[in-house]
Ligand binder design. Structure first.
Ligand SMILES: [Zn+2]
Length: 221
């Protein structure tokens, strides 16, 4: 929600939004949702709010499971028509699924999450074949997340807003061609530290190996 609102306020042209959940009382610690929204599909609430903020932004909300076979073609079609995908999911199968769809169509995937602890988070831009993808990252991520701390199921709007803001910032940089993208950025709200990690595509990655050669001569980043 926060990322969508930020993009809308920046004047993004069109937003495809996918989420299978309805607003629950436990979501009210998140920015964007109000008590009156409880029971409504999250994407419908977000689309309505974006229209209030900036009616020039075209929204296309889809309330459903992107991994259900009925929705696969629709999701692929939307990814293919997008310049970038911002991901905020809480489980590995969904992350792998979205990762593969973006790689298949060579669309930037901006991964981000604050799921391991209320105070910890990460942001990683995935440029298919050029930077490490979710599948490449398996080993690296295991190492980084062990360093980050033990699993915690709580969440804070502060940490989520910080991570979403960086995801949007990096996406805008990519879309508009300014600045330098982070590679893999972690945030530790307990120590107040941002740490840059450097990850590279795994030459044996089953997901993005076939694209890696395309970017070998690209010296821009
Ligand atoms: Zn990969």
């Amino acid at each position: 929600m926060i990322a969508s609102e930020m993009l809308a306020r920046c004047g993004i042209g069109k937003l495809f939004m996918f989420d299978m959940d309805k607003v629950d009382i436990v979501n009210l610690n998140r920015l964007g949702f109000h008590s009156k929204d409880i029971g409504r599909p999250k994407v419908d609430v977000i689309a309505e709010r974006i229209h209030e903020i900036n009616p020039d932004v075209v929204t296309e909300p889809h309330a459903g499971d992107i991994m259900h076979y009925n929705n696969e073609e629709l999701f692929e079609n939307c990814v293919g028509r997008s310049d970038a995908v911002i991901m905020g999911v809480d489980n590995i199968p969904a992350r792998m699924y979205i990762n593969q769809k973006c790689i298949n169509q060579e669309v930037l995937l901006m991964d981000g999450g604050a799921s391991r602890s209320a105070f910890l988070g990460h942001v990683q831009p995935i440029i298919p074949g050029k930077t490490a993808c979710i599948a490449c990252r398996g080993m690296i991520e295991g190492k980084i997340e062990r360093e980050e701390g033990e699993r915690c199921t709580s969440s804070l709007p502060t940490t989520m807003a910080i991570i979403a803001a960086i995801q949007v910032q990096e996406t805008l940089k990519y879309l508009l061609g300014f600045g330098k993208l982070v590679n893999y950025l972690t945030y530790n709200g307990l120590s107040g530290e941002f740490t840059h990690h450097v990850t590279r595509p795994d030459p044996n990655c089953f997901a993005c190996k076939h694209l890696q050669g395309d970017h070998k001569t690209d010296k821009k980043e």
